[in-house]
Ligand binder design. Structure first.
Ligand SMILES: Cc1cc2nc3c(=O)[nH]c(=O)nc-3n(C[C@H](O)[C@H](O)[C@H](O)COP(=O)(O)O)c2cc1C
Length: 305
């Protein structure tokens, strides 16, 4: 049954049928696609796509932590050429609005992927400059405003597709980083990626994860994410923001929207319950009925703050 969504949003000029998307790396078409109709989601953000296949990090790659988890998958993926003939056409054939998450170990890596995606059927690109689990690229790009600005200035003219830049919380102040991305041409920001974390097995005294450190996600990071959405919105009143971090319920999503996000993405919740993103979208559609001012702003591409 196709849902008649009552409350839509707009992100960087792209209409989303509802304000809830899946967060990169936590949605898998083979797994989640069996549980729900992907065309029902506001958007599907894919796993990070790199220029060539990446094997990812040594196992174990995930461990539970209080109110969350730590992962060090390391952006394992089959590469952009495979993505273009497999996952992307499958998602589009199912009617999904696709946000392709772009990964790289260097500026040239990012440029190669964006070049190949430039004329693809992806609806938006999300440049991941915030992965804590890769040795080059990731945080080293996303935590330095100058380096990030140069990268986005190079990528922006390569495609007409709306470009979202995904930011890391692993910085002293997210605002100069956000501003650098926007000044360089980002059409929207998504925040936050995971926080660097570590977990130790007290039986062996060794780190749980093969990569030693990983990224913390889940309910534990929600207050941090909401604060970063808020701070970014205060500093940059006009840039579209996708709020991510610790969203397990529609009430959590509302916190992000009231902090100033135009839309949200649901991550770790989908690893606990593959239906969570769609459930949250449905519950939010009901909660927005009693919040007509917020709903009206989102529908017009505006935000609460
Ligand atoms: C297993 C796993 C894999 C992830 N892979 C990616 C990725 O490929 N690209 C990316 O930008 N973020 C990735 N993330 C980060 C999430 O998209 C999200 O930003 C983060 O988990 C915070 O949201 P959450 O608390 O709802 O999980 C990954 C997160 C997890 C848990």
């Amino acid at each position: 049954m196709v849902t008649e969504w009552k409350h839509s949003t707009v992100v960087a000029g792209v209409p989303w049928k509802n304000p809830v998307g899946t967060a990169s790396g936590t949605f898998n078409l083979e797994a989640c696609g069996r549980f729900f109709d992907v065309s029902e989601m506001g958007a599907i953000s894919t796993k990070g796509v790199s220029p060539v296949p990446w094997d990812g990090n040594p196992t174990p790659r995930t461990v539970e932590s209080p109110s969350g988890m730590v992962n060090a998958v390391g952006l394992q993926n089959p590469g952009v050429d495979h993505y273009l003939v497999d996952e992307l056409p499958k998602l589009k054939a199912l009617g999904a609005l696709v946000v392709t998450n772009v990964a790289g170990h260097s500026d040239d890596d990012y440029a190669q992927v964006v070049e190949k995606l430039a004329d693809s059927s992806a609806d938006m690109l999300e440049i991941n400059v915030s992965c804590p689990n890769v040795s080059h690229g990731g945080l080293s790009v996303g935590s330095d405003p100058l380096v990030l600005g140069h990268l986005i200035e190079r990528l922006r003219p390569m495609t007409d597709k709306p470009m979202v830049v995904k930011l890391t919380p692993n910085v002293t102040d997210i605002v100069p980083i956000a501003r650098a991305a926007v000044d360089a041409g980002a059409d929207a920001l998504s925040l936050i990626n995971t926080l660097v974390g570590m977990s130790i097995d007290i039986e062996t005294g060794k780190p749980f994860l093969g990569n030693v450190t990983g990224g913390v996600s889940g309910p534990a990071i929600k207050p941090i994410a909401v604060a970063m959405v808020w701070k970014t919105r205060q500093a940059l009143p006009d840039i579209p923001i996708i709020g991510i971090g610790g969203i397990m319920s529609a009430e959590d999503a509302l916190e992000h929207l009231y902090a100033g996000a135009n839309a949200v993405e649901v991550g770790a919740a989908a690893l606990v319950d593959p239906l969570a993103p769609l459930r949250i979208a449905h519950d939010l559609d009901i909660l927005l009925d009693s919040r007509p001012q917020l709903a009206e702003k989102l529908r017009k591409g505006q935000t609460w703050r």
